[in-house]
Design a protein around this ligand. Structure first.
Ligand code: PMP
Length: 290
């Protein structure tokens, strides 16, 4: 049994209004969202018992659900209270929290209003160690045009592509992949946003074609307060030779330093001469109360 599954099975999960042991939190194999990718979810992190930006994550969850026509009978404040109750019942201070909203197993039709909306929240013990020097390749699949799927909805529908990309990336010995947008500009990684920098200047792609991560927004604000200039731009691969450091951000990974990105014919290296990524990681730890 993997470490993750072991952790999950010892915990309580909140599902459709009740706290149950995770082994009893089961769903039907004909669950609509399992077949048609219609679920929406969040990834949240608790530090010393407090979930970073829980309000923002919860609002995004409900907005994502709305994009797919799903509504739950709980307000943002009620969901926040359930989340803290769940952490307390599981005795968790440091945790990864996963709320998920999905359609039930009442029909195999691609869409019918007869389908129920279901809601669960799980929390597993998790404390992340900061990483640096990870290696990326450039994924062969491009992010969907924002006209194809709402980019700010954290829907399982987006993640088929991230998984297909990661399968290749790991087969080739990389830690993750940089994904390009539909026009070939730099977008993000499979589950994180990306930044490039030199000295006190940082650039990051404009988040109109991919998820504008909550960590991304927090790190931009933090970096500006620390005296960095942060610009949002369309960025093409050849521009990367201008930068000395690169890092990715996301709730699960927090801030991870990137050592190199391998494109078809060229390898972009980020020596991070001033150890800016480590500096930002230390400041991030203070910000989230790690
Ligand atoms: N992009 C994608 C595709 C992601 O899955 C995530 C993780 N939620 C992010 C960016 C980072 O978002 P956040 O900082 O809100 O976790």
């Amino acid at each position: 049994m993997s470490e993750l599954i072991e952790n999950v099975s010892s915990n309580f999960i909140w599902i459709n209004g009740e706290f149950v042991k995770s082994a009893d939190a089961n769903i039907h194999v004909l669950t609509h969202s399992l077949h048609y990718s219609g679920s929406v979810y969040e990834g949240e992190r608790a530090y010393k018992g407090k979930v970073f930006k829980l309000h923002e994550h919860t609002e995004r969850l409900l907005k994502s659900a709305e994009c797919f026509g799903m509504y739950v009978d709980y307000s943002v404040e009620e969901i926040k209270a359930i989340t803290y109750d769940l952490l307390a019942r599981n005795g968790l201070d440091y945790a990864y929290v996963r709320p998920l909203i999905w359609r039930g197993a009442e029909s195999m039709k691609i869409y019918t209003p007869d389908l129920s909306t279901n809601f669960m929240i799980a929390a597993i013990k998790s404390k992340n160690d900061f990483k640096t020097n990870v290696k990326l390749n450039v994924g062969k699949w491009r992010k969907a045009n924002p006209n194809a799927l709402p980019p700010q909805a954290k829907s399982a529908a987006h993640y088929g592509m991230s998984i297909a990309t990661l399968v290749n990336s790991q087969k080739e010995g990389y830690d993750d992949s940089l994904m390009l947008d539909y026009e070939g500009f730099i977008a993000e990684c499979t589950v994180s946003n990306i930044f490039f920098g030199k000295g006190k200047n940082i650039i990051t792609p404009i988040p109109d074609r991919f998820l504008n991560g909550i960590t991304r927004q927090s790190v931009i604000e933090m970096a500006k307060n620390l005296g960095f200039q942060v610009l949002e731009e369309r960025i093409a691969l050849p521009q990367l030779t201008d930068y000395d450091f690169c890092f990715i951000t996301g709730t699960a990974k927090e801030i991870v330093g990137v050592g190199k990105i391998d494109a078809d014919t060229i390898s972009y290296k980020f020596p991070d001469s001033d150890k800016t990524t480590e500096f930002l990681q230390a400041e991030f730890a203070k910000m989230v109360g790690k």
